[in-house]
Design a protein around this ligand. Structure first.
Ligand SMILES: Cc1cc2nc3c(=O)[nH]c(=O)nc-3n(C[C@H](O)[C@H](O)[C@H](O)COP(=O)(O)OP(=O)(O)OC[C@H]3O[C@@H](n4cnc5c(N)ncnc54)[C@H](O)[C@@H]3O)c2cc1C
Length: 397
């Protein structure tokens, strides 16, 4: 792009949050120029299938595209693919790219997401994988062609999904994690016993409370060393040990990037600068604390609110309530709410039967609702979030 070219709205990061912002701007009737800048040389695509249908081989890697070039053309959205933003001058309203181009803007929306955290082990060793991008998924699938055994490092939701996907591919899996509990997004550790039961029923060896601290092998990994001292032979390691916000390019911008981009309750980071999606920490007006949520629907919803503010000036009263889902061995798990609860009480169904809806509560208030293979009841139960638990008809009380 020519130096000095100006867009009314410049969006840095061309994934769910970026594309949703651009689309919602047009839905709101915004007629100005929109440019989207994306580091990956690809059209925007959906990441959740990378650890589900794409990992299991049900879908080809290209099947999770979120739009076509024709869609972007029709909406008048200019996409600069394979272009990384390298610096921001918020006072001058200019973003400089890695190749030195200056992109001027009226309003900036930062949607640069997060990157997979790299483990301290495994550099230069074959058979060691991360899973954040489509390129990662293609590499992992290729690695599966010869793998019989795998170690998944990380007890979070991504570690669980990868373990489940690998089992579906017939690979023997050991899942190791520093935490003694399996954590599932907003539900934290509350669902750990149920998820552990699912994994065990599907043949995963769980090594909770033991993290991978090193690998063995000359050019390819042959074994993983656990913190408890055991050595697990393996052909493949997938590290799912968390994410790091993509804010390095904002180091000299003066924005608060202490954990993602700190924003007010409406996604405003500085005059003329908004942030949305995994990289954004919107301040919760109830607590005054900035919170980063790494969930797909939250990214889309924040993007929609930012677009409405830009297009109409209407400022939302509060951030969206986070919503998260996962699929493990055909079990659909949904969580709506703010998390951080201390108990789980059944509202409908029965955990023993593999179908239930439950309320997560803290200090007598329902903070979240969990659905386990009961999507319709889960949808209706969402109204309970924020209510006193005593008003909810909890089973067994
Ligand atoms: C394997 C996997 C499975 C998932 N499954 C689920 C699920 O089941 N449910 C759920 O709710 N969520 C899930 N998620 C999370 C979900 O994908 C994210 O919440 C969502 O992708 C966030 O979108 P985003 O646009 O904020 O950020 P991202 O999707 O991370 O996109 C950010 C984009 O910005 C680009 N970028 C970064 N830096 C720059 C720069 N300097 N210049 C230009 N471009 C830049 C990146 O290359 C990237 O394309 C999953 C994630 C992964 C990886």
């Amino acid at each position: 792009m020519d130096s000095g070219t100006r867009s009314d709205v410049l969006i840095v990061g061309a994934s769910v949050a970026g594309l949703s912002t651009a689309r919602a701007l047009r839905d709101e009737g915004f007629a100005g120029t929109i440019t989207m800048v994306g580091e990956e040389d690809a059209l925007p695509y959906d990441r959740p299938p990378l650890s589900k249908r794409i990992l299991t081989g049900e879908w080809a890697a290209g099947e999770s595209a979120l739009c076509t070039q024709a869609d972007l053309d029709r909406l008048g959205i200019r996409l600069l693919r394979g272009t990384a933003a390298a610096a921001l001058d918020p006072a001058g309203r200019v973003v400089t790219t890695a190749s030195g181009d200056d992109l001027r803007y009226g309003t900036l929306v930062v949607t640069t997401g997060v990157s997979a955290r790299r483990p301290a082990y495994g550099a230069g060793l074959g058979g060691v994988h991360l899973l954040r991008t489509r390129a990662d998924a293609i590499a992992l699938r290729a690695g599966l062609a010869t793998a019989r055994r795998a170690v998944v490092a990380g007890a979070g939701v991504l570690g669980s999904e990868i373990a489940a996907g690998l089992r579906e591919r017939g690979v023997a899996v050991t899942l190791a994690g520093r935490s003694r509990h399996l954590r599932l997004g907003l539900a934290g550790a509350l669902l750990s016993p149920l998820i552990a039961r699912l994994h065990r029923a599907n043949g995963v060896e769980l090594r909770l409370g033991e993290e991978v601290i090193g690998l063995r092998g000359d050019d390819r990994v042959t074994a993983a060393v656990l913190s408890g001292g055991d050595v697990v032979e393996t052909d493949l390691v997938v590290a799912a040990i968390g994410c790091v916000p993509n804010t390095g390019w904002l180091a000299s911008s003066g924005l608060d990037v202490s954990d993602g981009i700190v924003c007010d309750f409406a996604g405003r980071a500085a005059p003329g600068v908004f942030a949305a999606g995994d990289v954004a920490a919107w301040t919760d007006p109830r607590t005054g604390v900035p919170v980063r949520v790494e969930h797909q629907l939250n990214a889309a919803e924040q993007a929609r609110l930012v677009a409405r503010t830009i297009a109409t000036g209407a400022v939302p009263a509060a951030p969206p309530v986070p919503f998260f889902w996962s699929d493990l061995y055909g079990t659909k798990i949904q969580v709506y709410g703010h998390g951080g609860g201390t108990s789980l009480d059944t509202i409908a169904g029965d955990p023993e039967s593999g179908r239930f809806v439950a309320a997560v509560q803290r200090d007598g208030i329902v903070t979240a609702v969990v659905g386990w293979n009961m999507p319709r009841d889960f949808r209706t139960a969402r109204v309970h979030v924020g209510r006193p638990a005593q008003l909810v008809d909890l089973k067994g009380r």
